[in-house]
Design a protein around this ligand. Structure first.
Ligand SMILES: Cc1cc2nc3c(=O)[nH]c(=O)nc-3n(C[C@H](O)[C@H](O)[C@H](O)COP(=O)(O)OP(=O)(O)OC[C@H]3O[C@@H](n4cnc5c(N)ncnc54)[C@H](O)[C@@H]3O)c2cc1C
Ligand code: SF4
Length: 327
């Protein structure tokens, strides 16, 4: 058994100073970190509880909706303003994990969770470049059914499991990060790291940074929807998901944003489709399909996951139409 020290901090500055020490892990809801300890993914010398740092609030302003990093998933999903103005956000949270987990889990922790690739999570050590650099990728020669079709490299073909991240990408949110060097904003669409040559890096947050908030632009209520396809109806990660945000002008699309989950190690924005959709009638299913499907021309399915191309196209279309009907 490995021992570690446990401390509690109550202010942002104290959390930042704790991060100066190497081999320190912050703990918020603990629903992910405790699994890492059990699975041997992390073995910190020090764990610092940040749950009493005052970063739990939701502030709805004229420019942005600001969500504290320590807000619980269940609290944000139940917030009346969020449910009314950002259904895609509430739905992405409600369709994640279980009620018990959502009552503990925080927004910051959700973004910081790691891939669910079974080889990464295996109790016995298997070749996995994400877990042990240069050890190889077991998935490439094994089961790729849940893996990426976009943005993967020979080093790693994992997907990122956060539902929240997919909604935030479509909402063009920013992750606010603080360190002793100051504050910076990271676009949610770029927060997670594509594997490239360095799959051991999970996201853009630096070791001395704390996520303090997530900011979502306050836009005139566009329609939005989060559609999650999974193997059972609750308590399951996405096979594929789609977040859509739509503004209509009459019956025609004025602006549309679509992000897919379950297809890459970051939410995958269908930017080519987003450029082709304006002007199309929401009722014109063939036209919408013709705008969405070419955005999958760059998909590189693996032997076990060709199905994700068709599933992704259909999820994107359906999420778009439901979002449009709400606009
Ligand atoms: C069985 C199960 C099913 C799940 N299903 C889903 C699902 O369907 N969809 C989905 O999206 N998620 C799912 N999850 C993941 C779940 O949402 C995350 O475990 C949870 O959101 C993590 O939040 P936490 O507060 O518990 O993080 P913790 O476990 O406390 O922390 C996780 C990591 O985040 C870091 N961290 C936490 N807060 C901050 C911060 N403010 N700044 C910097 N670093 C921080 C910690 O240091 C740690 O490294 C599931 C989890 C489980 C166990
Ligand atoms: S896909 Fe990535 S996480 Fe999975 S075994 Fe390969 S290197 Fe590891």
């Amino acid at each position: 058994m490995r021992t570690f020290s446990f401390d509690r901090v109550t202010a942002v500055e104290e959390a930042l100073s704790a991060l100066r020490e190497p081999r320190t892990q912050l703990i918020a809801g603990g629903t992910e970190l405790v699994n890492w300890l059990k699975e041997g993914i992390e073995a910190p010398d020090r764990i610092v509880d940040i749950t009493r740092v005052p970063l739990h609030g939701l502030e709805s302003g004229p420019e942005v909706l600001r969500l504290g990093a320590l807000a619980r998933m269940s609290d944000v999903a139940a917030d009346p303003d969020v449910r009314r103005d950002y259904p895609v956000l509430a739905e992405s949270l409600l369709r994640a994990a279980s009620a018990q987990l959502r009552n503990m889990a925080t927004l910051g922790g959700n973004l910081m969770q790691r891939t669910r690739c079974p080889y990464f999570r295996a109790g016995t050590e298997l070749p996995c470049n994400k877990r042990t650099p240069d050890s190889g990728c077991s998935a490439l020669h094994g089961d790729t059914s849940t893996h990426a079709i976009f943005g993967w490299s020979e080093q790693c073909v994992a997907t990122h499991p956060s539902d929240l991240a997919v909604a935030l990408s479509a909402l063009e949110a920013e992750v606010v990060a603080r360190s002793e060097r100051g504050e910076r904003r990271i676009p949610a669409a770029e927060f997670h790291h594509l594997p490239g040559e360095n799959p051991a890096r999970h996201n853009e947050l630096l070791p001395d940074e704390l996520i303090t908030a997530i900011e979502i632009p306050a836009r005139p209520a566009p329609g939005s929807h989060y559609l999650k396809v999974r193997e059972r109806v609750s308590y399951e990660f996405a096979v594929v998901s789609a977040a859509a945000v739509v503004r209509l002008d009459g019956g025609a699309i004025a602006e549309a944003r679509i992000a897919l989950g379950g297809v890459a190690h970051r939410p995958w924005r269908l930017r080519e489709a987003e450029a082709a959709l304006p002007g199309l009638d929401l009722a014109d299913a063939d036209g919408l399909r013709a705008a969405i499907d070419p955005a999958f021309a760059d998909a590189r399915p693996l032997p076990g996951n060709e199905y994700k191309v068709t599933l992704g196209q259909r999820a994107a279309l359906r999420a778009l139409r439901i979002a449009g009907e709400r606009a």
